[in-house]
Design a protein around this ligand. Sequence first.
Ligand code: EPU
Length: 338
Amino acid sequence: MTVLENVSLKEFNTFGVDAKASLFASVKNQLELQEVLKDPRFKNPFLIGGGSNLLFVNSISRPVIHINIGGIKIIDENDDSVIVSAGAGIKWHDLVLWALKNNYGGIENLALIPGNTGTAPIQNIGAYGVELKDVFYNLIAVSIDDCSTHIFDENDCEFGYRDSKFKNEWSHQYVITSVRLMLQKNNHFINTQYGAIEKTLIKKNISNPSIQDVADAVIEIRNNKLPNPKELGNSGSFLKNPIVSKEKTDKLLLEHPNLPHYEFTGNFYKISAGWLIEKSGLKGLREGNVGMHAQQALVLVNYGNATGKELWKFAQKVQQTVAQKFGITLDPEVNIIE
Ligand code: EPU
């Protein structure tokens, strides 16, 4: 493990923002991680995985630890299912491809989600009717404070919509080093409830889809709607779909009968932030180097060499415009590092 000074983080965040880290170390295994956590220079570290869910507004004064722990292995199996352990540094989509190659079902709907496996539980990644928690078995984490190792199961993690205990009570307390998932070897549960998948399969004349067919459909949908971060800096959905009371939803529906809304829990509805942004006239709007994507209004885009400040300022303008028009505050889905 080498410690570097004054490192550009441009390659380490999918927005492609050229923020600088004054101190930087990349770790390949748990031992290296524990070694760097004990180094007094790395007190109060900033952890970076795939860099796909953060916006550096400024340069980073905290020491940065890049989690680059690899390895995918089977740790247990029976006739029906398999428990797979993946290092936190494995690209999430590589894990999906590995599962498909072995015909293990459960994460095909989560194809092409940017980011690493280790960060997937933090925000309980989800797409097309499936969330990480649906296949989650447990994870291994190291305490930042005393380097102790812990195993946390689904109950411990308190998963919610783009949420977990790692974003709340456990924020900045642990480094996830590996994640274990329970996947199905046969009798795959094919989840095509999400309209866009069904439409894509019908278009391809597939009536009895395999997990590979579902993954191919998801990949096609995502490629059509979401910009590739290698071509246009972005971090997927920048804002969360707001959870709004039934009372407020009913009021909005009177004025906007087409408002896409989905039952959440109790008396609450999830409303499409993309729709709110689009109806506020911001879809596809570009100002200089930044804008909201033309195919999916939830995606904030770096068209060139935008700074973190420019991106954040534009996103705040979007928040304000939507708040003025609909009286709803859109919270960022992405971590804002100020
Ligand atoms: N919509 C619009 N205009 C837009 C975008 C969306 O009107 O520009 C409306 C449409 O009615 C559409 C509905 O919103 O039918 C839902 O849109 P979409 O299927 O694109 O889903 P989303 O709610 O915008 C969420 C996730 C995505 C995930 C998709 C598919 C969040 C914040 N985003 O987006 O996740 O891929 O569902 O499951 O929950 C990500 O987290 O980075 C991400 C891309």
